[in-house]
Design a protein around this ligand. Sequence first.
Ligand code: UD1
Ligand code: UDP
Length: 381
Amino acid sequence: MKIKILSVFGTRPEAIKMAPLVKTLDEHEGFESRVAVTAQHREMLDQVLELFRIQPHHDLDIMHHGQTLSDITCRVLQGIGEIIQGERPHMVLVHGDTTTTFAAALASFYQKIPVGHVEAGLRTYDKYAPFPEEMNRQLTGSLGSLHFAPTERARESLLDESVHGDSIFVTGNTVIDALLETVRENYVFSDPLLKELDFEREKVILVTAHRRENWGEPMEEIFSALNEIVGKFEDIKIVFPVHKNPHLQRLARETLGGHPRVHLIDPLDYEPFVNLMAGSHIVLTDSGGLQEEAPALGKPVLVMRETTERPEAVEEGTVKLVGAKREKIVREVGKLLTCPKDYERMANALNPYGDGRASLRIRDTLLYYFGRRREMPEEFA
Ligand code: UD1
Ligand code: UDP
């Protein structure tokens, strides 16, 4: 009998990081791989499904503009619950820290179907930062039967919380699997604006900002910092693909629209986005995933948050936490633009998050867990 796995995801980053794993399971004869998307995101999810050619077996299509955390939780709990009842998989796989992740894990627990948590063990131990992701992770961890930790540090956090060591596997992060498959030298952009960028002659600062804890005043500080930076430094261009959230879109256009060297664009498809990152000079972000991707591409990352659940690259010196206050953001970007030594110190290609084989390790762990492999893969020995 094949091992029936139901992979559940709903937002852009989950889709990017689950895509390589879904493909790896699809390709192995030992698995019946099923996919359910909640579509907590719609367009931003669909572009990833298209790129990686994933056709979900179930699509809850839950996204509403102005959706609250309770809306998402209720719809996912109910909808995924029904899908699990129909599918009766051997295991449900969820990824990371979104509300889809937590609610799908809870739905699975209610039906006594074991949960495999991909990207487990990231922690800040601050309940409200990142919000609600820290608690989504902790709660999903409590519900999980298998924990796929991307790094040794994440494994240690789980052990500290008394998670049984036999259920934790350090696999690397599947984000690197996706990245290595997608970044190409001499990538040609089809978007006319990106095509015109000359990465050799002008310094491109790639910006993304969307986190809930930055909504309101911190986001206004961030946008006013961007205005100041572009006013101060004439040799830079800011490219800012703005998250689809209408509230953020409005604020960004009101505050930043109109400057000829600030390009506010719609979210990019994953392929042009990571290739744009590869050409950029600096990455300025509050995103989680970019803290993993940019170090692998040797790009200095300034993170506009007070804490991070991804301390590995901070410790290595490629990522720096700068908070969400105008003055500090301007000062730190200024240092990187004017002090080559500071820049070089941060621009190291390093990759504490994996070698592109995380999906294979997760697949082999599943084979072992379900008794289809006698030995654990050698890499875990
Ligand atoms: C969600 C996750 C966050 C993750 C982020 C990745 C939760 C609580 N938050 O936050 O952890 O870092 O995704 O981007 O799970 N929208 C669209 N089209 C889309 C996507 C979003 O229009 O394709 C708009 C909708 O109006 C939606 C709003 O954005 O209501 C917010 O989406 P939501 O998933 O609730 O929150 P995010 O901030 O995207
Ligand atoms: N990303 C993308 N297009 C964009 C911005 C980001 O494809 O315009 C990708 C990025 O490469 C990363 C992921 O989306 O893999 C990060 O998602 P996001 O910032 O929405 O969420 P987070 O990582 O903060 O949870």
